[in-house]
Design a protein around this ligand. Sequence first.
Ligand code: URA
Length: 225
Amino acid sequence: MKRFKKLKILNELYRYKLIGLNYIDDFHIDLKTQNMQSNYQLPNSLESLKNIVLNCHLCQLSKTRNKVVFGEGNPNAKLMFIGEGPGANEDNTGKPFVGRAGNLLTKIIENVLELKREDTYISNIVKCRPPQNRVPTETEANECMPYLLKQIDIIKPSIIVTLGSTAYKYLTKDTTPISKIRGEIINYNNIKLIPTFHPSYLLRNPSAKKFVFYDMKKVKNLLKN
Ligand code: URA
């Protein structure tokens, strides 16, 4: 094995130790390709996954969080909302979208989509609050991504609505500005993904509400078919 690869593995192990992990699952190294494959697999039930996420210390957000915000809603939801990350209210309660932006999201669900909030599933890119509500770093988003991907895999929504530019960018890796891409129907692993503006943005820019209204009408039509 190349020296560089060895150093990379050592570096990774020291990093785990530094953040308090004293056990990691075994991993297999293919000596031909030098690819590392972890045997570690996330569970296929939301409850078991939640238990893991509640005890996660993989990134620095775990040091400053108050509560982990796993996500909530109907485990069989056809429609899933994905935000950026918890704010102060969410960090205090452990529930997603419960502050002012959350109240607006609930109104949108009830008044435009004519659904109950609990009929949908609501989650975030990162499950712990970034200090001062800053945008999660790419490393933080990547560390947390397997949890979100597993949530999507378990819930199997037919439609995902990403809220704001960060959620769209980190989930799809597409950097098209949200003002250009919002309202488009994107094929995301055979799930219809519709990016729209974040409710916090709407609180600061009420004139943009009409665009979210159009986008949600589209979602409503898709849900009917
Ligand atoms: N903003 C988000 O992106 N997610 C929340 O849960 C709350 C506010």
